[in-house]
Design a protein around this ligand. Structure first.
Ligand code: BES
Ligand code: MN
Ligand code: ZN
Length: 518
């Protein structure tokens, strides 16, 4: 799939499908949509009048023009089809709305079996948005929306039932952004390149999450991270179990103890400000390639999606791919302490006490609260290397779905300024976060009788006690924790997401890094 910018007049532009748009409540379309309406002798206006086209958000109306119906002549339009995309109310319109509608339009075009299409840049007229950022949002939404994981499907086109984005098509090769004004072309092109990078990094993360756990072991995850790093020109180091033991990572290794798959501690470095080591941010992702719960074994219904328990790790690795392409002026370190969590004769038992890299003793009350054990040592490692700010992303708790549902990522922080920056980056990418409190009452729930802390906080506030645990290791370093458990996988086709992995938090991380670089 290629997305390119073409200078020209959309009315004269020959294409199998032309995408124009309409805001809700507009009765006489202007701008590019107006010009197309005029070339169609007012057909769009009549469809608005009759109520078939309303401009409601997500509404897509297909019109076959005479260029297809009479074999190329007749209408004043060179396009064979026109798709009118509803943009909803103009006051509520933003870049996320462009991403969503672009994803929906792209899936519709694919199901129509057209090979190429042309579109105007949405929202830059009465929407008042910036053209380059609009182009970025179109590219991002299109590539994200067309994503499919069909490597284990014998039929690559899907059966057309609409599930998993299975629209029966596979041939959409080109989308052109058509712009009349030659002075805008370069800006639109750089916007498209940025949108491409954001979407491809996210799709890379999605692929890792969607892979079955017999394929994506910690070893395979490290291999894919290495291949990405090599392509992107990033430094990568993978620590083996004995190196981690030498560093004192008893907490992380206690999770790996029950598995025959060796753990891999993945550390990727992007050097964007070489002379200034303190200008850094560490992005740390939970990397449990399969979470059975360990000896505190999960029931089958809860275990079935646990191949996705490395979604945080996938996000930080995917974000590094984006960051390498965007080249912000800041040093970025990504860490994923990858391991399986399995039950066996060598597995950690409930009641075991383990020692983290910073010397703190942890009572393992429940081996299914394993993510925080791996994050504890990853954070100690980052602090030991001079981390100035740390953000961790993790499919950490089922409780976050109970608290917030699927609309927001659960967020926690010890620093107002850093939190504000994360919130800003998240909303800029349409990945909403919601902050939960780290109060003194819930903190006490982690108190252990025998050790410094225990890894579970009992009944109530499950996501908060998990965050308190991680805070114990981040200490005073500016830190944000994101619990992405509810959003890591999508069970429906909606906006930029299809069924399966969403790549949640990949884009917000890359955007955060860009904003921190200034
Ligand atoms: N990986 C799970 C959390 C999870 C649940 C992610 C559902 C995605 C969907 C995590 O390791 C876990 O098992 N958490 C436990 C913690 C409990 C034992 C304190 C949970 O949430 O039940
Ligand atoms: Mn678990
Ligand atoms: Zn887990």
């Amino acid at each position: 799939m290629e997305i390119k910018v073409t200078q020209g007049n959309i009315v004269e532009h020959a294409t199998p499908a032309l995408v124009v748009n309409l805001f809700k409540g507009v009765t006489a379309p202007g701008g590019a949509t107006g010009a197309v309406d005029h070339a169609l002798s007012g057909l769009i206006s009549r469809l608005i009048e009759s109520g078939e086209i309303t401009g409601a958000s997500g509404e897509i109306t297909l019109i076959h023009t005479s260029a297809i119906t009479s074999g190329g002549s007749g209408s004043g339009l060179a396009a064979e089809r026109v798709l009118v995309a509803g943009l909803g109310e103009s006051e509520k319109f933003d870049y996320e709305a462009i991403r969503r509608i672009s994803a929906q339009v792209a899936r519709r075009l694919r199901s129509l079996k057209v090979k190429s299409a042309a579109t105007i840049v949405h929202g830059t007229g009465i929407g008042g948005l910036d053209p380059a950022q609009g182009a970025e949002a179109i590219a991002e939404g299109t590539i994200l929306g067309l994503y499919r994981f069909d490597k284990y499907k014998s039929s690559k086109n899907g059966d057309g039932d609409g599930e998993d984005g299975e629209d029966g098509g596979n041939g959409l090769e080109l989308i052109e952004l058509v712009e009349m004004d030659g002075s805008k072309i370069a800006a639109l092109e750089s916007g498209v390149a940025r949108g491409d990078s954001y979407a491809n990094g996210t799709n890379f993360a999605r692929d890792l999450v969607n892979e079955p756990p017999n394929v994506l072991s910690p070893t395979e995850m490290a291999k894919r991270a290495s291949a990405m790093a090599e392509d992107a020109g990033l430094r990568i180091e993978v620590l083996e179990a004995d190196e981690c033991r030498a560093l004192g990572m008893g907490s992380y290794l206690s999770v790996a103890a029950g598995s025959t798959e060796p753990p891999k501690f993945i550390h990727i470095t992007y050097e964007g400000d070489a002379g200034n080591a303190d200008n850094n941010v560490w992005i740390i992702g939970k990397g449990i390639t399969f979470d059975s719960g360990g000896l505190s074994l999960k029931p089958p219904g809860s275990m079935v999606t646990m191949k996705g328990d490395m979604g945080g790790g996938a996000a930080v690795i995917g974000a590094m791919q984006v960051i390498a392409a965007l080249k912000p002026r800041i040093n970025v370190h990504a860490v994923c302490a990858a391991t399986e969590n399995m039950p066996s004769g060598s597995a950690t038992r409930p009641g075991d006490v383990v020692r983290a890299m910073n010397g703190k003793y942890i009572e393992v009350e429940n081996t299914d609260a394993e993510g925080r054990l791996t994050l504890a040592d990853a954070i100690c490692f980052a602090k030991g290397k001079g981390a100035k700010q740390i953000i961790d992303v993790a499919t950490l708790t089922g409780a976050v779905s109970v608290a917030l549902g699927k609309g927001h990522i659960g967020a926690f922080s010890n620093n107002e300024e850093f939190y504000g920056q994360v919130e800003q980056a998240a909303s800029e990418r349409g990945e909403l976060i919601w902050r939960l409190p780290l109060g003194s009452v819930t903190k006490r729930q982690n108190n252990s009788v025998v050790a410094d802390i225990k890894n579970t906080g009992g009944r109530g506030a499950g996501s908060i006690t998990a965050a308190h645990f991680i805070h114990e290791f981040a200490e005073d370093t500016p830190w944000v924790h994101l619990d992405i458990a509810a959003l890591n996988m999508s069970d429906s086709v909606s906006g930029v997401n299809v069924r399966g992995a969403s790549g949640a938090s990949t884009r917000l991380l890359a955007r955060l890094v860009e904003n921190l670089a200034g």
